[in-house]
Design a binder for this molecule. Structure first.
Ligand code: SF4
Ligand code: SF4
Ligand code: FES
Length: 539
């Protein structure tokens, strides 16, 4: 254990900790401004925004020796008895000069820049810049340049921090970005004929501390201060990256990675980042439909709640196909409901979409081939109800063979999962109930077609491929006419009050040993269910 002194505040550091001045100052509640340093990238100490005074305290005499020059806090290790001064006049002047120099070359086009509201140049200028400008502003023209399918570069907004360059070298290993014309005319660019086109390219936009790199998907769609940010889990694959869902008035505008050292660090892949547009598709199912001999009729949810239990009871042996897109809580409620009607009902994990093979990048980040967020969670729920080895295909053939009379199929898939053959098999029983996002051959033949929620509309927990459970709130309300699987099942089970996933998770944690560690508060980093002690605590 060592002690570092930051602006007179003593900060304890562990023997195995390797912190720099910026990180140790944060522990003391002090933010040192910085552009080029990022915890996930190598240190270049080029922007000079983090310059501080530094020295060493003699542990015996208490005397402090200060290095005569300012040092970059990002590159200065915090060791026992290291002293940092972050608020002296010398430090303040240095920051103001750095800001002044940057603004000589940077257009003040904040009114049109996508980064306005979260730009470090703006924020640092107000906090650390000169009170008055000492140079004339020359007219700028924003040089917009295409650098790849997802990202646009506004070259004159760049502060040459090289975070984006280091990302493509160190994290993806693709090295598309580089610095050209080094010297007073240096710029970021791509190698000719090699656009920024890799499966994690969108991360450079998050890394850029200013508005130099713009996300084509988000460009000019929304000002950041209009949006609300909600914790989420990416449902694009079984890595289950921690994300933020950013929305305004129930419209999702972008997904961003949420830092989680246990899963995705600071990153997410493009597939997940841009994989939300189906949420607002005009093709979403938005009303309950009952189908009988006289055809399909739109019905109110109240009718569903009043007639469905009797129809299920009269349908004979039951089965539930539990989608790996459902949350743990929804899967548990569906299994509980179907078993309440038929104690011997078959429960199976729904189709698990697999595309290609896992892709692992040099830093270890992996995009999984398994394109669903909660196979593990649903498997464990099904196992708890004694149906461990059941497979979805068996239910299909058993319905066709007349061994199962009624089936509840849950969905939530973005892409076509159920084909005409599945529809033919599943509809040959007495009753087929399907709750899904989009019409499919199976919804077309369902006796009850129930509109289902998209992932930002669900609250609850997902267990990723490494047995880490994350719990997230809903981010947007479903379109009118849609109810979440959780709220529908809560109602069908006759439980009092509104559906709250936490109440159900408490029940699950108390009932199913695999989920026992989710009994307490679930940290934003999630809980490792397969370990004997919780890996994280509430932060
Ligand atoms: S484009 Fe952005 S991330 Fe890249 S060097 Fe310039 S300021 Fe840094
Ligand atoms: S790796 Fe998987 S979970 Fe992570 S962002 Fe990509 S699709 Fe989503
Ligand atoms: S953050 Fe330290 S020099 Fe750039």
């Amino acid at each position: 254990m060592g002690t570092v002194i930051v602006d007179g505040i003593e900060v304890a550091i562990g023997d195995d900790e390797h912190l720099n001045g910026i990180e140790v100052a944060r522990r003391a509640g002090i933010e040192i401004p910085h552009y080029c340093w990022h915890a996930g990238l190598s240190v270049v100490a080029s922007c000079r925004m983090c310059l501080v005074e530094s020295g060493t305290r003699n542990p015996d005499t208490g005397e402090i020796t200060v290095v005569p020059k300012l040092v970059p806090a990002c590159q200065t290790p915090a060791k026992d008895n290291t002293v940092f001064v972050t608020n002296s006049d010398r430090v303040k002047h240095s920051r103001a000069f750095v800001e002044e120099a940057l603004l000589m070359d940077h257009p003040i086009d904040c009114p049109i820049c996508d980064k306005a509201g979260e730009c470090h140049l703006q924020d640092y200028f107000f906090e650390h810049g000169q009170a008055q400008r000492r140079a004339d502003i020359r007219p700028f023209t924003s040089k917009k340049r295409d650098v790849g399918p997802t990202v646009t570069l506004f070259a004159d907004r760049c502060v040459m921090c090289t975070r984006c360059v280091r990302f493509t070298r160190e994290i993806t290993g693709t090295s598309e970005l580089m610095v050209i014309d080094r010297g007073s005319h240096d710029e970021i660019d791509v190698f000719p004929g090699h656009p920024l086109d890799n499966r994690m390219s969108g991360n450079v936009v998050d890394l850029c501390p200013v508005g130099a790199l713009g996300d084509k998907d988000f460009l000019y769609e929304q000002r950041v201060w209009f949006m609300e940010k909600h914790d989420g889990v990416c449902t694009g694959c079984s890595t289950g990256c921690s994300i933020s869902v950013e929305e305004n008035q129930d419209t999702v505008y972008r997904l961003k990675p949420r830092e989680n050292p246990r899963i995705n660090q600071w990153w997410m892949c493009d597939e997940g980042r841009y994989g939300y547009h189906h949420v607002h598709s005009t093709k979403r199912l938005v009303g309950a439909v009952r189908r009988d001999a006289s055809g399909a009729t739109a019905i109110e949810w109240e009718q569903v709640f009043s007639e469905l239990p009797a129809r299920l009871q009269g349908a004979g042996p039951l089965a539930a196909v539990i989608s790996p897109h459902l949350t743990v809580e929804e899967a548990y409620l569906l299994a509980t409901y179907i078993r309440q009607i038929d104690p011997a009902a078959r429960l199976v994990v729904g189709p698990v979409p697999v595309e290609g093979t896992d892709e692992t990048f040099p830093n270890g980040f992996t995009i999984r081939a398994e394109k669903c967020p909660n196979r593990r969670g649903v498997e464990e729920i099904v196992k708890h109800f004694g149906c461990e080895s059941e497979v979805y295909e068996a239910v299909q053939s058993d319905v066709a063979a007349g061994l199962i009379g009624g089936v509840w199929v849950s969905g939530g898939y973005k892409t076509d999962t159920f084909d005409a053959a599945a529809a033919q098999a599943l509809s040959s029983g007495k009753l087929l109930v399907v709750q899904d996002l989009f019409a499919s051959p199976v919804t077309e033949v369902a006796d009850y077609q129930l509109p289902g929620p998209a992932f930002p509309e669900r609250e609850g927990s997902y267990v990723n491929c490494a047995d880490r459970l994350q719990s997230v709130p809903w981010a947007i309300r479903s379109p009118a006419g849609v109810r979440t699987d959780g709220s529908v099942l809560w109602r069908l089970l006759g439980r009092a009050g509104l559906y709250r996933s936490r109440t159900v998770l408490d029940e699950i944690a108390a009932t199913i040993p695999y989920f026992a560690l989710a009994a307490g508060p679930v940290s934003p980093q999630g809980v490792a269910l397969s370990e004997t002690t919780p890996a994280t605590t509430t932060t």
